[in-house]
Design a protein around this ligand. Sequence first.
Ligand code: PGA
Length: 303
Amino acid sequence: MRHTTFRQLEIFEAIARLGSFTRASEELFLTQPTVSMQMKKLTETVGAPLVEQVGKRLRLTEAGRELAQASREIFAILDRFTMSVADQKGLKKGHLRLMAITTASYFAPRLLGDFAKLYPDIEVSLRVTNKEQVLASMAEHLDDLYLLGTPPDQIDVVATPIMDNPIVVLAAPGHPLAGKKRIPLARLAREPWLMREAGSGTRKAIEGLFHAHGLDIRPRLELGSNEAIKQAILAELGISALSRHVLALNQPDQFTVLDAEDFPIRRHWYAVYPAARQPTPVVRAFLDFLLGREGPKAALSTP
Ligand code: PGA
């Protein structure tokens, strides 16, 4: 492997991550023949195929998977080194690849925007996606830090609570329960509920609360996004409970927050990284920023 170049590993890592030679060549601004040639050389050095074509899809072989993992570790070590040298010089330089679960998209861009203004030399990126992809990315160490409502238990992680995530009961203005004080859970359970999809952290928290009181709520509609639920509430199809953060861009009187017993459910948002991965100086700077030790505290306030 001594004749392998970093460029070859970089190309291979991109192919492994993107599952395509074409997309890897686009990302790295290389021509396809260059990518193919470098892959051929790398395969010869390794002495075993790294990828195989299955139908139309490209799949990593066992050796390919191991090399992809090794490449990421090598690049992570180099990244850490580069950033720590910059850090010693008092510069905050490097990159921060952030991944957020969909519900966190209501505040993650604002936080990242404020951080980027504070550290203009740090390159930031944000991917917003579902739980499954967050877990996959975490297992493969694709991103630096993850913003989640529920730290995973399948992977050993370091999870820092960064912000409150209160789950509140929402109804359309003028709903018969609007203005009532301390509505009992048993009364709420009789309403038609609009629920997020199975697997949603918000849904789990709501079901957990009702179950703990021996109550069941039967969803009238199951909708895969917070925005779809908000639309259905406004269409007076039912009530729901969502993170208060989903109201960030709404007028204060657009929805009624019902005064219900045992609500809000008090949850948190977490910044999470795999325990096996040492955080880079940039990740640490972002965590410090999130915890309000540096930068504007206002970034942490809930709407
Ligand atoms: P969601 O929210 O899974 O309901 O989108 C994240 C979480 O609260 O775990």
